[in-house]
Design a protein around this ligand. Structure first.
Ligand code: FES
Length: 87
């Protein structure tokens, strides 16, 4: 588990491993555009402000993944204790 801080929405909550980050964002009332939910379309790309995403998508290049500036919230998780997103 980790804590996600939604900087624009001024919300934060604990993300549990049983559901995707995308699902938990939607349940929290955050309208995140999404389509494939499999990490292949790029629709759910979200800007990362702080934290280290655990990238599991097939879109970002290795360089982009290492840069930790954005992530696909439908499949990716987080390796740090907190994750701040531009949502
Ligand atoms: Fe397609 Fe996340 S919804 S990459």
């Amino acid at each position: 588990t980790y804590v996600v801080n939604l900087v624009k929405s001024r919300k934060s909550f604990t993300v549990t491993p049983d559901k995707s980050l995308l699902d938990q964002l939607l349940e929290a009332g955050i309208a995140v555009d999404h389509s494939c939910c499999e990490g292949v379309c790029g629709t759910c790309q979200t800007r990362v402000l702080e934290g280290v995403p655990d990238h599991r998508d097939s879109i970002l290049t290795a360089k982009e993944k290492a840069g930790n500036q954005c992530m696909m919230v439908c499949v990716s998780g987080c390796k740090s204790e907190t994750l701040a997103l531009d949502l």
